[in-house]
Write a protein that binds this ligand. Structure first.
Ligand code: UD1
Ligand code: CA
Length: 471
């Protein structure tokens, strides 16, 4: 349910957005030395998704599509370009400061009638609502720039926001350049801005590097704009948690935890039961229906949909799969598979890619299924391998049954008809096929097609030599 205040906000937002267009620049050229990694910092995953991709997604939710988005790359750029095909980027060969990075992207916004959001590639927690507020404030004000700030008890390390007596932003001073007095200021620059594109293009050219770090500071644009009377306003936010940047693997884990907590809360609010949410790992892309119960130490990832009233017992891993309603998954691994309503899997079963269990299928302990369809009501209780097969409705597969689908070079199909009763330890030497209502004796090596309604027994004759032991 939407609250009235939300609706009013949206109305304001729509009005506020007017016709102003927004582009965005993501700064992601930094070396990320503290990550101690061969993978570029912004490609590290937070709750299953690369930070940069997460930022792209959030921006696209506020209407900034990839063609209005430019990323400044530097360190390990090849890896990023290779892994995100839709990225448009500029390369900053040497990291000479945030101002320098924005200047390199200038040709993408210098003739643009609208605002440019500047954000960091290592700050993946910034909420959609924060970007919306920023756009709203940019549009509503006559301001040439809006800078997102917050108050911190311990502002150490951040740029401090210096305001004049009227409360207008005069400039931002970096920790290293700040006087003792300035260091006492607790309002800090979060590093997120929206700036009039043409003004940004104009003032960025004037930024110098005469500071302690000899860097070109983007924040100097603020001062230049203030001096020229362009008007800079602040958007003060309360939850600073969303602004944190990831600098090392400790923060990477912390940010993932924040996202997991949010996802789990969302799921519980929508009616999912999590026995112990702090030990349940569900990626954002996952959908789960009401009254489904998820036990701890379970990983549910990728494009996974789970229906209602299903139970996922402890220690399960489910990736890119569709699980129906009233299903029971007991401590099993499921990859790229479909499990339809009222079926149950495990404990300790493995559904490998393209396993499809229709309704009321039972796959028990230590069973592996790969690229196979088990029609309605199939039972396969114990220690079985079914690969490249289709199993007809109502068929019962005994313990230890194996489809021998591979001759070392190629894979072959096994087709088992409806209502078969397959004795324990049967081997289907594929390609092979049975009709409907076939009974197969235990231990049979089935290496030719069997028509419907047969009994098949093919096991080595038993040799019994009496009184042999003493000899
Ligand atoms: C910056 C702000 C500071 C603010 C803080 C918030 C400046 C001068 N200072 O400081 O006021 O409080 O962010 O976190 O802007 N980057 C590039 N190319 C560069 C330099 C940086 O792409 O040449 C990228 C980095 O990869 C990083 C981001 O810009 O993602 C921020 O750079 P960083 O050096 O961490 O800025 P801070 O010194 O923290
Ligand atoms: Ca930083």
């Amino acid at each position: 349910m939407m609250r009235k205040s939300d609706i009013l906000y949206i109305i304001k937002l729509v009005e506020g957005c007017g016709l102003t267009m927004i582009k965005a620049i993501i700064l992601a050229a930094g070396k990320g030395t503290r990550m101690k990694s061969n993978i570029p910092k912004v490609m590290h995953k937070v709750n299953g998704m690369p930070m940069l991709v997460r930022i792209f997604n959030t921006l696209s939710q506020v209407g900034i599509s990839t063609e209005n988005l430019i990323t400044v790359l530097g360190d390990k750029k090849e890896y990023i370009i290779k892994n995100i095909s839709e990225i448009s980027y500029v390369v900053q060969e040497e990291q000479l400061g945030t101002g320098h990075a924005v200047k390199i992207a200038k040709k993408y916004f210098e003739n643009f009638d609208g605002g440019v959001i500047i954000t960091y590639g290592d700050a993946p927690l910034i909420k959609k609502s924060t970007y919306e507020k920023l756009i709203f404030d940019f549009n509503k004000g006559q301001s040439g720039a809006v800078i997102v700030t917050t108050h911190l008890e311990n502002p150490f390390g951040y740029g401090r926001v210096i305001k004049n007596a009227q409360g207008e932003v005069e400039r931002v001073v970096e920790e290293k350049d700040a006087s003792v007095q300035e260091k006492k200021i607790t309002e800090i620059n979060t590093g997120l801005y929206c700036i009039n594109a043409k003004k940004l293009a104009y003032y960025i050219e004037q930024v110098k590097n005469n500071n302690v770090k000899n860097e070109y500071y983007l924040t100097d644009v603020v001062e230049l704009m203030y001096q020229a009377g362009e008007g800079v306003s602040t958007l003060e936010i309360e939850e600073f948690e969303q602004m944190v940047g990831v600098n090392d693997k400790v923060q990477l884990a912390e940010v993932s935890e924040v996202l997991r907590r949010e996802k789990n809360r969302e799921l519980m609010e929508s009616g999912v039961i999590l026995i112990d949410p702090s030990h349940t790992y569900i990626e954002e892309s996952v959908q789960i229906g009401q009254d489904t119960v998820v036990y701890p130490n379970t990983f549910i990832t990728g494009d996974t949909h789970i229906g209602t009233n299903t139970v996922i017992l402890e220690g399960s891993r489910i990736e890119n799969s569709k699980i129906g309603s009233h299903v029971k998954i007991k401590s099993s691994v499921i990859e790229e598979s479909i499990v339809e309503d009222y079926s149950d899997v495990g404990p300790f079963a493995h559904l490998r890619p393209l396993a499809h269990l229709k309704e009321h299928v039972h796959v028990g302990n230590f069973v592996e299924v790969k690229k196979s369809t088990l029609e309605k009501g199939v039972k396969c209780g114990h220690l079985t391998y079914i690969g490249d097969a289709s199993v007809g409705e109502g068929t019962n597969i005994g313990c230890g049954t194996i489809t021998c689908n591979y001759d070392g070079k190629k894979k072959y199909q096994t087709i088992i008809g409806k209502n078969n009763f397959i004795g324990s330890d049967t081997k289907f030497v594929a390609p092979v096929k049975t009709g409907d209502n076939v009974l197969v004796g235990a231990g049979t090596v089935l290496n030719r097609d069997i028509p419907s309604d047969c009994l098949v027994v093919g096991r080595p004759a038993l040799t019994v030599k009496e009184n042999y032991f003493k000899k």
